[in-house]
Design a protein around this ligand. Structure first.
Ligand code: C2E
Ligand code: MG
Ligand code: MG
Length: 563
């Protein structure tokens, strides 16, 4: 039941002035009556009784009747206008109150929460208490609107507001700040801050109880942030800055979301620093994308048995003019959350495809794809379009996806993988061993390759290294008929151990750090692996020369990868 906000006319200043005029006329008429009636009434009475026939009698009578009529008219008009003004004032008060209320839920609205904080701060100071501001944001509320429609969404909001309202301590107020965001303002005993925790927990528990709307059961969780203001001798309630307090509670709420939602979090100074850093990064990513600050670097991939260079893995790099060089482990997840990963990935791929077209046709290019991109039903189509536009052959492309993609709709992922493979693209499972993929999932998805996570491979450099995990993954790969790539080969010891485990590809700092396109071009040029017109060389011609492309790092460390 949506309450609509009524509009009211303001009582005009004109009608108030008219009220004084009519009151003035009535008062003047009474004064005239009092002043003249004593003198003229006896004459009129004499005339009516026939004692006097003076012509002035008729005039006096008319004047007196007019005077009485004026009194009655003035008085009635004054009363009517006074009543009208009282009614208009009441309507104005009601309109003002309604303007402070959210029409859907009956909570205070965003505009009045600032006043509520100020008033509660004054109450807190008077009682020697603290003020708690509890910021509430429903988790994934958009999903409810999408799944059940906006009418059910509205009902959920009304019910959430009612359930929170029922839990408010005396003097507490609830506001709806917009959309699915609410705020609770309340005083609390500063000696018992646990009470604020308890209130937040009770709100979360109460709201998460599933409810039936329009025949469907809906359960909802919320993320809650808490900020407090403690008035004291130096920090008076008048010094309380409601906007600042709201910002702090908001930051705490985002922290609760980042920690997994369906929980509450107290504001802490570090969060503000973290939040500021995060905002800077988001802003930097947005600007950086427009300014082309992201670029592809390439890490060599080697056939460990022959020592031959077989391809490169493209790794995103970002040097921001203001924030400096930022690791992909930092900016990729943020770009995913910002919904910009598809845009970034496609611009990097376009550049990488153009770079790789200059390389020998035997060299493959691997690109990392975020699980978020796999949710896009048009993903395979986009990749094919990019291949067509750049002329890069699908057979030279390898797409790396992490085990996180297994949390997505597995049927959708499988059909996506199949349609990419139909174009000759190879699909590898990256960082294998760090996620939670089961053997059943692994068998159900037709991966072309497993990449052993570098954390397991790097372990092998320790003298007392236990190579069993790596060995187990290699054996698993053999069993599933999936070739294996080992990442994180940092030294000769790791390389030697891996070589004993059978044929596989590998990559790591032993062969050199990821390099920009120019450095790769130079490396390939000196090895005779550069071609200006793609696809000219045949694989046999390259195989021999690839050995020459021994990376600088391996030469420095004295490692002969050909060995
Ligand atoms: P990844 O795909 O597993 O890439 C390998 C990472 O290991 C790279 O880190 C690489 O520089 C590093 N690495 C290679 N050899 C060694 C070694 O011998 N020792 C050590 N300690 N590290 C080594 P990087 O470039 O920082 O990338 C980190 C992760 O960020 C990547 O892991 C990948 O998951 C992600 N990433 C990078 N570029 C992209 C991209 O364009 N799109 C997506 N979705 N993710 C990307
Ligand atoms: Mg990778
Ligand atoms: Mg990896």
């Amino acid at each position: 039941m949506r309450k609509t906000q009524p509009t009211y006319d303001r009582p005009s200043a004109d009608s108030e002035r008219r009220d004084f005029v009519t009151l003035g006329i009535a008062v003047a008429a009474i004064i005239l009556f009092v002043g003249t009636a004593g003198a003229v009434l006896p004459g009129i009475l004499r005339g009516w009784l026939g004692y006097s026939t003076s012509a002035s009698n008729a005039g006096l009578t008319s004047a007196l009747i007019l005077n009485i009529a004026l009194i009655i008219f003035g008085w009635r008009r004054h009363r009517e206008l006074s009543e009208e003004i009282v009614e208009r004032r009441a309507a104005e008060q009601e309109a003002l109150a309604l303007a402070r209320i959210d029409p859907l839920t009956g909570c205070l609205n965003r505009g009045s929460v600032i006043d509520a904080i100020r008033l509660t701060a004054a109450d807190a100071e008077a009682a020697g208490h603290g003020l708690a501001l509890i910021m509430i944001d429903l988790d994934d509320f958009k999903r409810i609107n999408d799944l059940h429609g906006h009418l059910v969404g509205d009902e959920v909001l009304v019910s959430v507001a009612d359930r929170i309202r029922a839990l408010l301590p005396a003097g507490g107020s609830i506001a709806r700040l917009g959309g699915d965001e609410f705020a609770v303002v309340s005083v609390f005993d500063r000696g018992l801050p646990d009470r604020v925790d308890q209130l937040a927990s009770r709100i979360i528990a109460e709201v998460s109880t599933p409810q039936t709307y329009d025949g469907s059961e809906v359960s909802i969780t919320m993320s809650v942030g808490i900020a407090v203001y403690l008035p004291n001798r130096t920090k008076r309630s008048a010094d309380c800055q409601p906007e600042e307090l709201m910002k702090q509670a908001d930051i705490a709420m985002y922290n609760a979301k980042a920690e997994g939602k369906n929980r509450h979090s107290w504001f802490a100074e570090e969060m503000e620093r973290e939040f500021r850093r995060r905002s800077q990064l988001e802003e930097g990513i947005r600007l950086g994308l427009n300014r082309g600050e992201f670029s592809p670097h390439y890490e060599q991939q080697i056939d460990l048995e022959t020592g031959r260079l077989v391809g490169f893995e493209m790794l995103a790099r970002w040097t921001s003019p203001t924030l400096g060089s930022i690791s992909p482990e930092v900016f990729i997840p943020i770009t995913e959350e910002m919904g910009l990963i598809g845009e970034l990935s496609e611009s990097l791929m376009r550049e990488a495809f153009a770079d790789a077209l200059e390389w020998d046709a035997s060299l493959t290019l691997s690109v990392n794809i975020s699980p978020v991109q796999l949710r896009d039903p048009w993903f395979a189509h986009r990749i094919l379009k990019l291949l067509l536009e750049t002329g890069f052959p699908g057979e030279r492309l390898e797409i790396e996806i992490t085990e996180n993609c297994l949390h997505e709709n597995i049927g959708v992922v499988r059909s996506m993988i199949t349609s990419l493979q139909n174009q000759g693209i190879q699909i590898s499972l990256d960082d294998f061993g760090t996620g939670y993929s089961s053997l059943a999932q692994l068998r159900s998805l037709p991966f072309d390759r497993l990449k052993i996570d570098r954390s397991f491979v790097m372990e092998l450099s320790r003298l007392d290294a236990n190579s069993e995990i790596v060995q187990a993954i290699v054996t698993l790969g053999k069993g599933l008929k999936m070739p294996v790539t080992a990442e994180g080969i940092e030294d000769a010891r790791i390389l030697d151990l891996l070589k004993t485990m059978g044929g596989m590809k590998g990559q790591g700092y032993l062969y050199g750090r990821p390099e920009p396109a120019d450095a790769v071009r130079e490396r390939l040029a000196s090895a005779g692996l550069l071609t200006s017109s793609p696809g000219k060389r045949d694989k046999g011609a390259v195989a021999g020369k690839a050995q020459v492309a021994a990376p600088a790092a391996s030469r420095q460390t004295g490692v002969h990868q050909q060995a």
